[in-house]
Design a protein around this ligand. Sequence first.
Ligand code: DLL
Length: 432
Amino acid sequence: MGRYFQEEIETASREQIQEWQNKGLVATVKNVYDNVPYYKNLMDKKGVKPEDIQSTADLHKLPFLTKDDLREAYPYGLLALPLSDCVRIQSTSGTTGKRVVAFYTHHDIDIWENSCARAIVAAGGTNEDVCHVCYGYGLFTGGPGLNGGSHKVGCLTLPMSSGNTDRQLQFMTDLGSTILCCTPSYAAYLAESIHEKGIQDQIQLKAGIFGAEAWSEEMRHDIEEKLGIKAYDIYGLTEICGPGVSFECEAQEGMHVNEDYFIPEIINPETGEPLPDGEKGELVFTTISKEAFPLIRYRTKDITYITREKCKCGRTHARIHRLMGRTDDMLIIKGVNVFPSQVEEVLINQGMPANYQLIIDRINNSDTMEVRVEMTPEMFSDTVSVIEKKEKEIVSALKSMLGIYAKVKLVEPKSIARSEGKAVRVIDNRKI
Ligand code: DLL
């Protein structure tokens, strides 16, 4: 297979990429204007017609799309094809009320799996490899995406899904897994477990493809050293397809965006103005190949910058720098998206006052969340067992809302520091 999954595409000239993008953009804009009333309405409001868009230089004329639009149009309002042409949905983790649902045709799954296959080959994968996928399977895109990419490359694919570390390690040693796909925090946890059990000699891993949450260069070095592998970053979001929107190559100097499928832009999050290469801002994507759920100028809220400088690996597609945070308050805990407002909703439903704080940490390389919430003066005079019972009730309500465990601690009235301005709801002690 060589160094690339699709060499001609991945190493195409900038002129060629530009031509694909211009053509794809013009066709996509015409398609959504003609077939998706929601888009027509947005474009009409902005006074822009499909004829005004001739190339990527006209991108800035188009309206943005946000997660709120996706929620408003839920579930079918942004579909560009009849449902009979769609074969799959995926959905985002942990959002309140209406989740975001993305639709796929056979073609859409194909380009998504190509994206993941490119990532696997960029990490050194071939059909000789045993690809161990422990991202979650189901509505989350991590498992299905890497699974599909692994099939395309011809690796022996282990659809492990997440959890059950003992079983993960057993398969990893018995079947000789060589490529590990999971969140960086789970990779670090697996590395620790391997050392605790003293089974380093039985591990044959050579590479890891880690994403879905922020991680640091330090964490990369730590995982690489403990597992004896090269650790590659992979980025993506459900709305655009899932993992594989961009991926790292052997140079490990930023993630190549699959520019034949997605046009990246960086904007100033306050003004919406496009920013030049090298300047940090909010990442925005326009899809130019998707059929069922094309998105135009979708604001990811992720912060990074773009470079189009030549990469040592020979790939010509633009790169984004390791993600540098988000413009909103969404937290990613154990790969699950959590908004403080969701926690607030649970607390209020449980009859608690909205004086609370979330303490996020990374202990033994695994994310933890503690919810501290003030009791009312009446509760404060309750017995310890009544208070403990209430804590347990909140733990289980949070678990069913968020899908993850959070420790709950009821604290004295007025013991959470009040701030002058906006409430400080989140204390994130993770060093990432
Ligand atoms: O997390 C898709 C994915 C699965 C990517 C597996 C990589 C590997 P969502 O659940 O929709 O999709 O969450 C998307 O996760 O907007 C980022 O804020 C964050 N994110 C994803 N990859 C990275 C990364 C999947 N490599 C949101 N570094 C995005 C930092 C990441 N943040």
